[in-house]
Design a protein around this ligand. Structure first.
Ligand code: T46
Length: 138
C-alpha cells in the first residue's frame, strides 16, 4: 500500500462483444480483472454537484466502470494526482491499494459500477487525508 503510486493504477479496455442487438462486456476474476472479485456494488442517483470517495483503502483493489453516463476519478498517491474521465462501459480503471480517490462530475443518470477484491470492511478505509499523506510519505 505504501509503495503504490498513481502510475500503478491503469485504464483497461475490456472486451466488447458486438452484434446487431447490442454489446456485451464480460468481467471475470483473474481474467479481465487482475484479482478475485469478492463484491460488486454500484453508485447511482448521485445528485448534481455531489462527489463520492474521499478516502483510500489499505488492501482493497477495485475496478471502476462507468456502466452508464460519465464521471471523473481523481487518484492521488500523496505526491501525484491524476484525473481519469470514465465515460464508456468497456473501459475500467484499476485502482490498487494505498490510493486516495475522489469521484466528481457525475452526469445525470450515471452509474459507477465497482468490482472489489474484498468484502466491505470499514477497517480497510483511511478517511483522513492528513493521516494518509503521513503514511505515504513517512
Ligand atoms: C470507492 C467508491 C467508488 C456498505 O455498507 N457496504 C459497501 O460495500 C460499501 C461500498 C459501502 N457501505 C456503506 C459504508 C458507508 O456507511 O455505505 C456508506 C458509504 O460508503 P463509502 O464511503 O465507501 O462510499 P463511497 O461511494 O464514497 O465510496 C465507494 C467505495 O467504498 C470506494 O472505495 O472507490 O465507492
Amino acid at each position: 500500500m505504501k509503495q503504490n503510486t498513481v502510475y500503478n493504477c491503469s485504464v483497461i479496455e475490456l472486451p466488447k462483444i458486438h452484434n446487431r442487438a447490442g454489446n456485451i462486456t464480460p468481467l471475470q476474476s483473474n481474467i479481465e480483472a487482475p484479482f478475485d472479485i469478492k463484491r460488486i456494488y454500484y453508485l447511482y442517483d448521485v445528485p448534481g454537484g455531489e462527489g463520492r470517495g474521499g478516502h483510500a483503502h489499505k488492501e482493497l483493489q477495485q475496478f471502476l466502470v462507468a456502466a452508464s453516463g460519465s464521471f471523473d476519478v481523481i487518484i492521488d498517491d500523496g505526491r501525484t494526482k491524476r484525473t481519469i474521465h470514465l465515460c464508456r462501459p468497456y473501459i475500467a480503471l484499476h485502482i490498487v491499494p494505498g490510493i486516495w480517490r475522489d469521484l466528481t462530475n457525475f452526469s445525470s443518470g450515471s452509474i459507477c459500477l465497482v468490482l472489489a477484491s474484498l468484502n466491505y470492511d470499514e477497517k480497510d478505509y483511511i478517511r483522513d487525508y492528513t493521516k494518509f499523506s503521513l503514511l505515504k510519505n513517512e
